[in-house]
Design a protein around this ligand. Structure first.
Ligand SMILES: [Zn+2]
Length: 355
């Protein structure tokens, strides 16, 4: 009401001034209208703006891309922080395919122009992808790697962005989102050399924290790595809400690991290599998850898996249209291993019929 009385007072003053100064009627009317518009705008702004001292609610969105037997997860806060954990895909080295076909178009659609960090959990092609293609499409502020990544890819990666070698005990902070590095330790691990299993067990293990929610990203950590972490007090992950299954759910996630992490959701980023031999192991895993009351989400069935958190509540959405699958021709090729089809024919996005 103060505004209205204030406005009427202003108009009366304006009339007096007009009479005194002899200003034309039309000009005075225009001024009066602009006065009224300003007053209305002020009232509307006062209604829309939050009370002084109050902050807008922050949210976190975690999108786990369906990438076949590979990993790619984007964590975005409503405050504009973006962290990408891995950007690889597939059994071949065509990692740029996921970057150019899925990640960059998604970044463009969402207006994401920078990544605060691009984390590479370990230097395998189903996790590294094509950092050069990524850097061409989006500004990368820093690349976070494990000691293996710094040793083997350091020279190439340093050309794209500043390189950070992460080891246990460090904390990466991006506004309201933080990551604790739980593994590998600075002193090194018992797994030396270039064996695939050894490299998997030296993966970066990050525990993300947002509000009261915790999410664990263990890269390709396998059962031996989990046992080793559980035997060190400072490396134990504790309870989490969302557990990314280590090594795409294969040869990982022991009973003890589940007892330690007690997740509500477990995500397996898996695809074409979920074959019969490995499926036998996964059945054991399925039974364990069921026993612990954990909901399993697989990117080869659920497509992209999206969690949203406001710090207190967690919601989940899946996009089954975006399941990443090998083309039939590539599947046949993978069986025979005779010749390699051109890159454009290897993969496509397939809709999956509802169950
Ligand atoms: Zn992997």
């Amino acid at each position: 009401m103060t505004t209205t009385s204030g406005l009427s007072v202003d108009i009366v003053a304006l009339k007096r001034a007009r009479r005194r100064a002899g200003v034309s009627v039309a000009r005075a009317r225009a001024r009066r209208l602009s006065c009224l518009a300003l007053a209305l705008l002020a009232t509307a702004t006062a209604r829309a703006a939050p009370p002084a001292g109050a902050s807008l609610p922050l949210t976190l969105e975690v999108r786990m891309f369906s990438a076949g037997h590979a990993d790619a997860t984007l964590l975005s806060t409503s405050a504009g922080h973006h962290v990408l954990i891995d950007a690889g895909r597939g059994t071949s080295r065509a990692g740029d395919h996921l970057v150019s076909r899925r990640l960059l178009p998604y970044f463009r659609a969402r207006g994401i122009k920078h990544l605060d960090a691009f984390v590479i959990t370990h230097p395998h092609w189903d996790h590294v992808g094509d950092p050069r293609a990524l850097a061409r499409g989006v500004q990368i502020k820093r690349i976070v790697v494990n000691p293996d990544g710094a040793r083997w890819l350091g020279r190439q990666l340093r050309r794209l962005a500043p390189l950070v070698t992460a080891v246990r005990g460090q904390r990466l902070r991006f506004g309201p989102l933080s990551f604790d590095v739980l593994h590998p330790p600075r002193a090194g691990t018992p797994w030396r050399g270039n064996g695939l299993t050894a490299e998997n067990n030296r993966s970066l293990v990050l525990r993300a924290a947002f509000g009261r929610h915790r999410l664990l990203f263990p890269g390709d950590l396998m059962a031996a790595g989990e046992r080793w972490m559980l035997s060190r007090r400072r490396a134990r992950p504790g309870r989490v809400d969302v557990l990314k299954l280590g090594h795409h759910g294969l040869l990982s996630t022991t009973e003890r690991w589940l007892r330690e992490t007690r997740p509500r959701f477990a995500v397996a980023s898996c695809g074409d290599r979920w074959n019969r031999k490995q499926d036998r192991l996964s059945r054991r895993l399925l039974r364990a998850l069921k026993r612990h009351g954990v909901m399993l989400l697989r990117t080869d069935r659920a497509g992209d898996i999206i969690f949203r958190s406001d710090g207190a509540r967690l919601t989940l959405r899946t996009v089954p249209e975006l399941v990443f699958r090998p083309r039939r021709r590539h599947r046949r090729w993978a069986k025979r291993r005779r010749r390699r089809p051109p890159r454009s024919q290897r993969w496509r996005w397939c809709p999956v019929p509802a169950r």
